[in-house]
Unconditional design. Structure first.
Length: 378
């Protein structure tokens, strides 16, 4: 029997969309995944839910990240209930440290606009910052504390989403790389892999950094999504040394409950090459040592990379192409796909099931690039 809904891509976005559709009552869902589910960018991420720490300004993108962050407590509780997997939503909050004159200026700039926007943010003196996190450098000159910027263990999130699919009969087909979407009379009716054809009433494209490689009928995908490599290294400590996620302008450290400390990340334009490099390990160790000098004496116990999906303006791409029905795109979440997963899933499910078109879908429409190129929007 043909699936009612075909989801292409089994990362955090595809699996969250599958979950949301299932909760909305859809019973025939197939996920096609070119490798194994949850082993690409979503696995490589640091799991930070940090709209305030990562934003330079307000606006619609900031709003969507905050709205998705607010969904996390319920999302985590439901996943625990439904799958038995604890995704380790950690609500210690996030610190943003200043060391240089430029950092101090940035801290004041952020404090000003975030306070004006009524967001929860505290300005800490150097002493207060060190009282909150005793192992940070004595060179710190001040900090912002974002109490509502949290973290999850993204690999457990993927385990929970996979488990949800398994116990609820969502049909997951791994090692199934889609090469082409089938288009008939301006409708997408399914997808082809090298060996199989799948037909469905609706198709959702959640293929991350690989989205542009898929054919739309006989044409190229009218959407440019590029891979941006990010590398992370990890240290292991016997017990947890830090409570908060800690940022500087040069990177971040993320303490996990098991004593691991992640230090990230690089931003590299290396095509689909995922190799880890010695240069990145050295730079990340240096960045981490600026935040907490004790880290420089620890051995790196792990090092990995992933490919962030990046659209030309750095913003997510959500919704349908004008003139092509039965296809919904959910990609290009770049640095924030873990954070944006619950709200993306809700927006996509509502679009597919009710054809709802909230302002987020207008703002992040896949057509924005085509319209720009013909001069219809700036
Ligand atoms: P992916 O996880 O890459 O999943 C896409 C899936 O589609 C893959 O499994 C792929 O195999 C499959 N696929 C592709 N093409 C096909 C095809 N033709 N047929 C079938 N399947 C296909 N985000 C945060 O919110 N917080 C963070 O702290 C954070 N830290 C990050 C740190 C690093 C180092 C990196 C690299 C990323 C980080 N991100 C973070 C970003 C986040 O990881 C991504 O935005 C998110 O994982 C994107 O999810 P996705 O499901 O679209 O992509
Ligand atoms: N959001 C963190 C990263 O992309 O490295």
């Amino acid at each position: 029997m043909n699936p009612e809904i075909l989801i292409i891509g089994g990362g955090v976005i595809g699996l969250s969309v599958a979950l949301e559709l299932h909760k909305s009552g859809v019973r025939r869902i197939t996920v096609l995944e070119k490798g194994r589910c949850g082993e690409e960018s979503s696995w490589a991420a640091a799991g930070m839910l940090g709209p305030q720490a990562e934003a330079n300004e307000g606006g619609v993108f900031f709003d969507i990240t905050v709205a998705s962050r607010e969904m996390y407590p319920q999302f985590a509780a439901d996943l625990l209930d439904e799958t038995g997997v604890d995704i380790e939503l950690d609500r210690h909050g996030t610190l943003y440290l200043a060391f240089t004159d430029e950092d101090v200026a940035e801290v004041h700039k952020r404090l000003k606009w975030q306070r004006k926007a009524g967001l929860p943010v505290e300005h800490l003196s150097a002493d207060d910052a060190r009282r909150v996190e005793p192992f940070i450098s004595t060179d710190v000159r001040g900090a912002l504390l974002f109490p509502d910027d949290w973290q999850v263990e993204n690999r457990k999130l993927l385990a929970a989403l996979n488990r949800y699919a398994e116990v609820n009969g969502i049909d997951i087909r791994e090692n199934s790389a889609v090469e082409q979407l089938i288009v008939k009379n301006s409708r997408v009716t399914g997808a082809r892999t090298a060996t199989d054809t799948f037909y469905a009433a609706n198709t959702i494209l959640a293929t991350g950094a690989w989205t542009s490689l898929i054919k739309l009928g006989d044409a190229d995908m009218p959407l440019k999504v590029e891979p941006v490599r990010g590398q992370i290294v990890a240290f292991q400590t016997a017990k947890r040394l830090f409570g908060h996620v800690i940022y500087s302008r040069r990177g971040y450290i993320v303490p996990r409950v098991d004593g691991r400390i992640l230090a990230g990340s690089t931003t590299e334009y290396a095509g689909f090459e995922k190799a880890e490099t010695d240069a990145a390990a050295t730079a990340l160790r240096q960045m981490a040592a600026e935040i907490a000098p004790n880290l420089s004496s620890l051995a790196i116990t792990d090092h990995w990379s992933g490919l962030r999906p990046f659209a030309m303006d750095g913003l997510p791409v959500l919704g349908a192409f004008a003139g092509i029905s039965n296809l919904t795109v959910a990609t290009a979440h770049y640095r924030n796909g873990i954070l944006l997963a619950p709200l993306t899933a809700k927006l996509v499910a509502d679009k597919v099931l009710d054809n709802s078109e909230p302002s987020y879908l207008t703002a992040f429409s896949p057509d924005r690039f085509r319209l720009r190129s013909v001069g219809k929007v700036s």
